[in-house]
Ligand binder design. Sequence first.
Ligand code: ADP
Ligand code: MG
Length: 481
Amino acid sequence: MEDFEVIIGLEVHAQLLTNSKAYSKDSTAYGSLPNVHLSPITLGLPGTLPVVNKAVIEAAIKMGLACHSDITERNIYDRKNYFYPDLPKGYQITQDKTPICRGGYVEVDMEDESTMKVELTRIHMEEDAGKSLHIDGEEDSFVDFNRAGVPLIEIVTEPCIKNSEEAAAYLVEIRKMVRYLGICDGNMEEGSLRCDANVSIRPKGSSTFNKKVEVKNMNSFRNVQRALEHEIERQYAIYSTGGTIEESETRNFDPVSGKTIPMRTKEELNDYRYFPEPDLPPVIVSERWISDVRAKMPEMPRELSKKFITEYGLPKYDAKVLTENRGIAEYFNAVCQQTKNYKQASNWVMGKVKSYLNELTKSIEDFPIPPGSIAELVDLVAEGKVSNSIAEQKIFPEMLVEGNIHPEELARRMNVLIEADSGQLKQAIQRVLSSMPEKVEEYKNGKKGLQGLFMGQVMKEMRGKADPREAAKILNEELEK
Ligand code: ADP
Ligand code: MG
C-alpha cells in the first residue's frame, strides 16, 4: 500500500428534528403505527401543492454557518425523479444547482493533537423517502410512508479525507455539531444520521482520480471505518495485480462478513432528470435572516473547548471531555460562573457528575444538583472546610437526594465540617503515633510507605473531620521529632 494514496469523500444525510415534514404539515414523529402521518401532499396526489417549512431552512443555515460555508441567497428547489416503491411522488424535492450552503470546512482535533480540516463541497436540503418493510414469513412486501417527506440536509465533502480513521473522526465531529445545534439527534443506529462513503485509491504522485466506489448501508461509525478498510484493501488487490476499476460502482456493506457487495454500476444508475420544482417559488435568504439565525446559535464545541483552555486554564484533555456533549459543557460553564477553582470544578463534572449520569443513563438536563451548588461544594473542599473524600462519599450523595441545598449547611448538619482547631488534630496524631510505636520505629528506619497507614488512622480518629493537607503537615512534623 505504500505506493498508493487513499481518497475519500463523504455524503452525510442528517434527519432534521422539525415537528412537521419538509413540504407539508404532517408530523415527523418516529415510531408511530405505519402510514398515519400522511397527507395528500406527502402522497403526491394530483392537485396538491408543497409548502416549504421555515424550520428546515433555518436548520440548514445553522449548519452552514457552523461550517463556515457561504449561504446561498436565491434557493431553487429541484425535482429528482426516480421510481421506487417507497417514493410515493415518484420524485424527491431536493436542491441541485443551488445548494443552500456552498464551500466551508469542518475542523477536527485528532488523537495525535493535530487538526484535520475537511473541506465541504455543499450542504443542501431535501426530503426523505418512505420505508419498505420486508417482514419474515410474509409473502408480500409492505411500505410505510411515515418517513416520506421528513426533512434532511445532505452534507457533502470534497474528496480530501485520507484514511478510514479520519473519516470516522469527521463523522463523530459532524454528530457533535448537529447535536449542539439541536437540528438532528445524530443517532446512526436509528438512521437519523446516515453516511455514504466514496473511496478510490491511486498511485502516489498521480494527479488524476481513479473511478470511485460508493459504499452504503453502514449504521455506525465503526462500520463506516470497517467498510472503508475493506474497500481500500479490495481496490488495492485489483490495482496491484494490474487491474483497474472501470466503472464507478455502488456497493453495500455487509456488517456480518465485513465485506462490501456490489449493488449497481454507473451504467445501471438512474438518470434523475433534475428540473426546477415548478410548485415551489425560490426562497430568498436575506442577510437579515442569516444574522437572526446566527443569533440563535449556541457556542460550538471547538469554540467552547478553546475558551475552557484559555480562560479557565484547563488541560486539553479536560476541555475535550467536557465539550463532547453540549449540556455537560454548558453545565460546567455555569459552575465556573460561581467558582474560580476551575480545575477542581472540571474534576467534579468529569468525575462524579458524569459517572452518576452514565450509571443511571440520565442526561445532564435531569441532573438534580444545580451548578451553583456544585460550585459551592468545590469551594468548600478548596477552602479546606471538608475533605475531598467526605465531599465525594457523604455530601455529594446527599445533595443528589436533596437537590437544591447548600453543601456547607449539609456538612454542618452531617457533622463533617473540618474543625479549624489544630490542637485537637495534633493530639489525635500523637495518640495514633503512640499507639503504634513499632510502626513509628520502622518508619524512622526508612519504611516511608507507612505514612499512608498513619494518615488513615488519623482520619479515622478525626472521623473524617480533618483537612488532609493540614493533617499530613502535622504528621510529618511529629514523625520528624
Ligand atoms: P456522484 O454524482 O456519483 O454522487 P459526486 O461528484 O457528487 O459523485 O461526489 C460524491 C462524493 O464523492 C463527494 O463527497 C466527493 O468528494 C466524492 N468523490 C468524488 N470523486 C471521488 C473519487 N475519485 N474518489 C473518492 N471520492 C470521490
Ligand atoms: Mg453520491
